[in-house]
Ligand binder design. Structure first.
Ligand SMILES: [Zn+2]
Length: 166
């Protein structure tokens, strides 16, 4: 058995189920998610795009995501889901900035807005993630045993049922 070092069909299935479970737990029960893989490594860990005013979005997971341990994968998923809660607010601020300040000033402020937005999303995601389960890759394993061996056990699964015993 190989570890999911990329979004294989099995990894896709586990990730879809995991995102559904986490989304339900963080207040996104009525949302629909589409998963896409980013093949080329352009440094994209994950990203999300909400479809207009809807409660549907596309999530992308890039190669760096698959190099993360379970806790960072969990925080990454939660981070992208927090964006679902903030996207309307950010869009309103951007529209208002452009309308009130004009394109040039709005463009100049956009960088700061994005930075502050990401910091807020990160802060919420980091604290929220600790209360949520990690992805259970045990179907695909021995990811955990291999990963633990690589990291000297620094990333220990939080749940006993995540531990794979050969
Ligand atoms: Zn973000």
């Amino acid at each position: 058995m190989t570890s999911p070092t990329e979004m294989t069909d099995d990894a896709y299935r586990v990730l879809v189920n995991y995102i559904r479970d986490i989304a339900d737990k963080v207040g996104l029960k009525d949302w629909q998610f589409f998963l896409e893989r980013v093949e080329a490594d352009q440094g994209v860990i994950a990203s999300v795009e909400v479809w207009g005013d809807s409660t549907t979005c596309t999530l992308w997971f890039g190669p760096p995501f698959w190099k993360y341990g379970p806790r960072m994968q969990r925080e990454t998923v939660v981070h992208e889901l927090v964006h679902c809660h903030t996207h309307k607010l950010v869009r309103l601020v951007k529209t208002t900035m452009t309308n009130e300040l004009g394109n040039q000033a709005a463009h100049a402020m956009n960088f700061s807005l994005e930075q502050m937005h990401e910091m807020a999303v990160d802060g919420i995601a980091a604290s929220w993630a600790r209360m949520l389960p990690c992805i259970d890759w045990s179907d695909l394993s021995p990811l955990y045993t291999e990963y633990e061996a690589q990291t000297g056990g620094q990333e220990t699964p939080l749940r006993r049922d995540n531990v794979v015993i050969d």
